[in-house]
Ligand binder design. Structure first.
Ligand code: GDP
Length: 177
């Protein structure tokens, strides 16, 4: 019978990292299922979600890993980063501390992940315009300085979530092929 699995050209592992409560789980569920879950911690225990997309005529299965709340309690282990070709590094535009910690997350990636990993810096909760404390300019400057791609998203409205993931997957595709 017809099996869509047979037609997959690549599987790309992507990890989602960043401080607790910045919206990592919601971004992932928005991209994988086009959902925003009000009961956001229902995903604890789920290790990854997948979505298959077409990029440059290749069928690519994105296997996207969530820390499932573990970032709260201990350093994310190197097993989490093993084989990852991309990372979504998320902060919350309304929480200065989550942006201040981005440099630490980059160090963690440089220490544990493959050196060719493609990193997308994501300023989430862009819908909360009145509560913004991290300017787009500051984030762009940091991203350029560190060689990261950058996007501002809202998992709530869905704005830019798809384009941020697709950009990351396109860049990974151009690295591997
Ligand atoms: P995680 O700990 O990084 O996985 O964060 P969650 O995905 O659990 O989200 C933390 C909280 O922020 C939850 O109450 C979400 O409903 C909320 N949240 C996540 N993304 C957004 C967003 O884009 N906009 C707004 N307004 N709230 C969000």
């Amino acid at each position: 019978g017809y099996d869509v699995q047979e037609k997959i050209d690549y599987v790309f592992k992507v990890v989602v990292i960043g401080d607790s409560a910045v919206g990592k789980t919601q971004i992932l569920s928005r991209f994988a299922k086009n959902e925003f879950c009000l009961d956001s911690k229902s995903t604890i225990g789920v290790e990854f979600q997948t979505r298959t997309v077409t990029i440059n005529a290749k069928l690519i299965k994105a296997q996207i890993w969530d820390t499932a709340g573990q970032e709260r309690y201990r350093a994310v282990t190197s097993a989490y980063y093993r084989g990852a070709l991309g990372a979504m590094l998320v902060y919350d535009i309304t929480k200065r501390q989550s942006f201040d910690h981005v440099a630490r997350w980059v160090e963690e990636l440089r220490a544990h992940a493959d050196s060719s990993i493609v990193i997308m810096l994501v300023g989430n909760k862009a819908d909360l315009v009145d509560q913004r404390v991290v300017t787009t300019e500051d984030a762009v400057e940091f991203a350029e300085d560190q060689g990261l791609f950058f996007s501002e998203t809202s998992a709530l409205s869905g704005d830019n979530v798809e384009s941020a993931f697709l950009k990351l997957l396109e860049e990974i595709n151009s690295v591997v092929s």
